[in-house]
Design a protein around this ligand. Structure first.
Ligand code: FES
Length: 163
């Protein structure tokens, strides 16, 4: 639902870019930073307010991998499944995490919007395989149990204190 708070937030972002249609990508990035995804109602509001067709906006939102149309968790866990990590058993890490968090290939974010689990290709740290990235921090030579311990720290709000 489009709330007055959302209108105010999106207006601020649009105004920061002088209501300039050519800044639409930056505007969408600003909205995603704010909500951690692109809410449908915000995109429709941008379309009306900036006089850009919704098909063009959705085209941009779906073209760029970094944009998400689904709500994401406060913490993003990326399990690398590039070749080196796959050979060194990244799949059991993913399986254990999904089981612990009741997630699946189609359901990647917990109901409380605390954690999103994504499978990604090479994170560029193959010598440390298997690698897990949590909120931009790389964890090397991971195992299912080490990754589950990280999740427990996230749930207890302790992860950032350790980094
Ligand atoms: S394959 Fe995982 S970091 Fe390269």
């Amino acid at each position: 639902m489009l709330t007055s708070e959302m209108i105010e937030t999106v207006d601020t972002i649009i105004n920061e870019h002088d209501n300039n249609q050519s800044s639409i990508i930056s505007i969408l990035q600003g909205i995603q930073r704010e909500y951690r995804y692109l809410p449908e109602e915000a995109l429709n509001y941008v379309s009306d307010r900036m006089d850009i067709s919704s098909s063009k906006i959705y085209g941009i939102a779906t073209f760029y991998e970094n944009f998400s149309l689904e709500p994401k968790g406060k913490h993003i866990i990326k399990i690398c499944d590039g070749t080196a990590c796959h050979i060194r058993k990244s799949q059991p890490i993913l399986d254990a995490l999904r089981k612990e968090l009741s997630l699946s290939e189609d359901r990647i974010t917990t109901d409380d919007l605390l954690i999103t689990v994504e499978m990604v290709s090479c994170l560029g740290a193959c010598s440390l395989a298997p690698v897990v990235n949590v909120d931009g921090v790389v964890y090397a030579k991971m195992t299912p149990s080490k990754t589950q311990a990280l999740v427990r720290k996230i749930k207890e709000g302790q992860l950032s204190e350790d980094n």
